[in-house]
Ligand binder design. Structure first.
Ligand SMILES: Nc1ncnc2c1ncn2[C@@H]1O[C@H](COP(=O)(O)OP(=O)(O)OP(=O)(O)O)[C@@H](O)[C@H]1O
Length: 192
């Protein structure tokens, strides 16, 4: 399947519908897309496989590679490092797949400092009220987390208005229409 790029960055406020749209895309075009495999310094859990679920690495190695600029971004949660390496993204493309990076605004800015040269897509909710309804409707976050996500959405929406921030803005009002717009952004035209 011909796509307009080999790497797509999908960003947008939490609750804007990125996962919903991507799930559909992966289902409708099996084998076409892939996510990069992240690195982590935490121990594997039972059934987790190195190079499949994560690249499990030791802290010294990961710190060195982060310092060498081999990572798009990295962060520490509960004492464990997590991150996406530039190579992990290129590996998806080398395996013949189109790489989808589902990342936040900081991640988008970080990708812009690499040689990956993706297409940047922003998934935007129709308005803040609907975003709030959807976040609450999803029921996966506590009140505090909902408020934090709504606050973060303001900066994400403002950044998306900068002319050079994204190649495409998809307004996720009616899902069918947003999905068609996503297909057009990815394939150059609607496929289904
Ligand atoms: N067009 C739409 N109309 C109505 N509801 C929608 C639409 N798109 C998504 N939703 C619903 O909104 C909620 C948030 O969507 P989703 O989880 O896909 O957002 P997300 O951008 O992936 O969020 P996060 O960044 O937190 O993972 C979900 O409950 C989803 O079913």
């Amino acid at each position: 399947m011909q796509t307009v790029a080999k790497i797509f960055v999908i960003s947008g406020p939490s609750g804007s519908g990125k996962s919903t749209l991507l799930k559909r895309l992966f289902n409708d075009f099996p084998g076409t897309f892939g996510f990069s495999i992240s690195h982590t310094t935490r121990d594997p859990r039972p059934k987790e496989e190195n190079g499949v679920d994560y690249h499990f690495v030791n802290k010294e190695l990961m710190e060195r590679e982060v310092a060498e600029g081999k990572f798009i971004e990295s962060a520490t949660f509960s004492g464990n490092m997590y991150g996406t390496s530039i190579k992990a993204v290129k590996d998806v493309v080398d395996a013949g797949k189109v790489c989808i990076l589902d990342i936040d605004m900081q991640g988008v800015k970080a990708v812009k400092n690499t040689d990956l040269n993706p297409q940047y897509i922003f998934v935007q909710p129709p308005n803040v009220e609907i975003l709030e309804q959807r976040l609450r409707g999803r029921g996966t976050e506590k009140e505090e987390a909902v408020l934090a996500r709504l606050a973060a959405s303001k900066a994400e929406m403002a950044y998306a208005q900068e002319p050079s921030a994204y190649d495409r803005i998809i307004i996720n009002d009616e899902l069918e229409s947003a999905y068609k717009d996503l297909q057009t952004a990815i394939f150059g035209q609607e496929q289904l």
